[in-house]
Structure formats: structure tokens, C-alpha cells
Write a protein that binds this ligand. Structure first.
Ligand SMILES: C[S@@+](CC[C@H](N)C(=O)[O-])C[C@H]1O[C@@H](n2cnc3c(N)ncnc32)[C@H](O)[C@@H]1O
Length: 224
């Protein structure tokens, strides 16, 4: 059964106006750094043919990044049909033609034979997935106002969804021309991101939020 939308609030995220209700995470100011830094660090790389936002929620990331990559195709995934309803409406209001797909992480980008549907493209992925562990204190207001599916789901350390995304990206990258993945994560998780990047042999670059805490990283899956 769809959750009750509750009261809607208007949020301006990097110049894009979004209507958000209880079905989605209210976009956070720090997530603007995910978008801005990714755009800035993309200057030395090929133009992406496809930009994918994994865990789109209100659509904040893909709708704000779209104008920065005007020649790319724009995709956004969420496992929550409730969230996709909100994101689609925001895309419509802002007249930004994003292809929204319901699914688990990158699953929608593989066909039934496990082959990548976007083979041969240069792909840029951005993801702000749930990364809060069950024991973490995020504050009562956050628990009351944001849907649990947007906060939790990453297991004991809150990191399981990110680990899965790192692996699925590697699989997708095998048939793509090139790929980079930009992530937002919890303030304790940079060592985990770095360990996985090292395990997969990927270059990784991290950056901090406005309080100087490392909260973001970009992994380069290389060009083919
Ligand atoms: C932290 S919110 C981020 C929303 C938005 N990207 C933002 O930055 O404001 C995480 C989003 O990931 C979605 N999500 C959770 N598990 C997922 C999964 N396995 N596959 C795809 N999306 C997922 C949630 O429904 C939620 O909308």
C-alpha cells in the first residue's frame, strides 16, 4: 500500500524547485556538494553519454545535474514506487526529460541474460543511497519526517547497499566505454570505500562537506 504523502514542502536544490513530502528524503544541503564536485571533477574526463542517479528520491540529484550535462541521456532509479511518483512529478514541473525506472540499484540496466543495456556508452553514476546503521543517532525529527527506506537498509554498518553498488558498477563497466561513480556516504565510511576501491583496483578521490568531514568519493572504473 502506498505510504501517506503527508504535508508537502517546497525545496530549492541547486536552483531546481522540488515538491517533497513524506514519501521521499528531504534533499540535504550537503548533497549539493555531491553534484557540484562531481561536475567540477568531470572536466578532465570524457563527456558522459549516460548519467544515472541511483536512489533518486525526490529527483534532486538527477534534476540538478541534468543542465550540467546537457548532451547526455539522464536516468534515475529508485526501489520505491512512492519516491518515483514524487520524482516524476518534479521532473515534469521542471520540464526535464529523465527516464525513471523502478528497481534495485543497477538491476534495471541489465537484461534477462545479465547483459548491460547501456553497453558501449561512457557512464557517470551518482548515488546517495541509505547509509545509516541501525544504531546511529540521526535525530528524532529525521526519523519522524524521512521515510525509513531512505535512511536504512545498509545492514549493521549501513554500508551494504554501497558495497553492492560498487560490485554492480564493476559488472556494468565491463561492457561500457568508461565509467565513474560518485558517492555520498556516512562520516565513518571513507576507509570502507577506500578498501573496496583498492580491492577492485580502482582509483578513488574523496572530498569533504562544508564542516571538513569526508563524505564523498569518486571511483574511476577506467576507459575501454
Ligand atoms: C538517502 S535517499 C536519497 C534521495 C536523493 N537521492 C537525495 O539525495 O536527496 C536514498 C534513496 O534510495 C532509495 N533506495 C533504497 N534502497 C534502494 C535500492 N536497493 N535500489 C534503489 N534505490 C534504493 C530510497 O527509496 C531513497 O529514495
Amino acid at each position: 500500500m502506498p505510504s501517506h504523502p503527508g504535508v508537502s514542502e517546497r525545496v530549492v536544490f541547486l536552483g531546481v524547485t522540488l515538491e517533497c513530502d513524506r514519501r521521499v528524503l528531504t534533499p540535504r544541503l550537503e548533497t549539493e556538494s555531491l553534484v557540484l564536485w562531481t561536475v567540477q571533477r568531470s572536466k578532465g574526463f570524457p563527456r558522459p553519454d549516460a548519467v544515472i542517479d541511483v536512489g533518486t528520491g525526490s529527483g534532486a540529484v538527477i534534476l540538478s545535474v541534468a543542465s550540467r550535462f546537457p548532451d547526455s541521456e539522464w536516468f534515475a532509479v529508485d526501489i520505491s514506487t512512492d519516491a518515483l511518483e514524487v520524482a516524476r512529478k518534479n521532473a515534469e514541473t521542471n520540464r526535464i526529460p529523465v527516464e525513471f525506472v523502478q528497481g534495485d540499484l543497477l538491476a534495471p540496466f541489465f537484461d534477462a541474460n545479465g547483459l548491460a543495456k547501456i553497453a558501449g556508452k561512457y557512464v557517470l553514476i551518482l548515488a546517495n543511497l541509505p547509509y545509516v546503521g541501525p544504531g546511529e543517532d540521526v535525530g528524532e525529527d529525521v526519523v519522524a519526517e524521512d521515510p525509513a527506506i531512505a535512511l536504512y537498509g545498509g545492514g549493521e554498518r549501513g554500508f551494504d547497499l554501497i558495497v553492492r553498488l560498487l560490485g554492480e558498477s564493476l559488472r556494468l563497466a565491463e561492457s561500457c566505454k568508461g565509467m565513474r561513480l560518485a558517492l555520498e556516504f556516512w562520516h565513518t565510511q571513507l576507509p570502507l570505500v577506500k578498501a573496496w576501491a583498492e580491492w577492485y583496483g580502482l582509483a578513488v578521490e574523496s572530498w569533504s562537506d562544508t564542516s571538513g568531514i569526508p563524505r564523498f568519493a569518486m571511483l574511476d572504473y577506467g576507459n575501454r
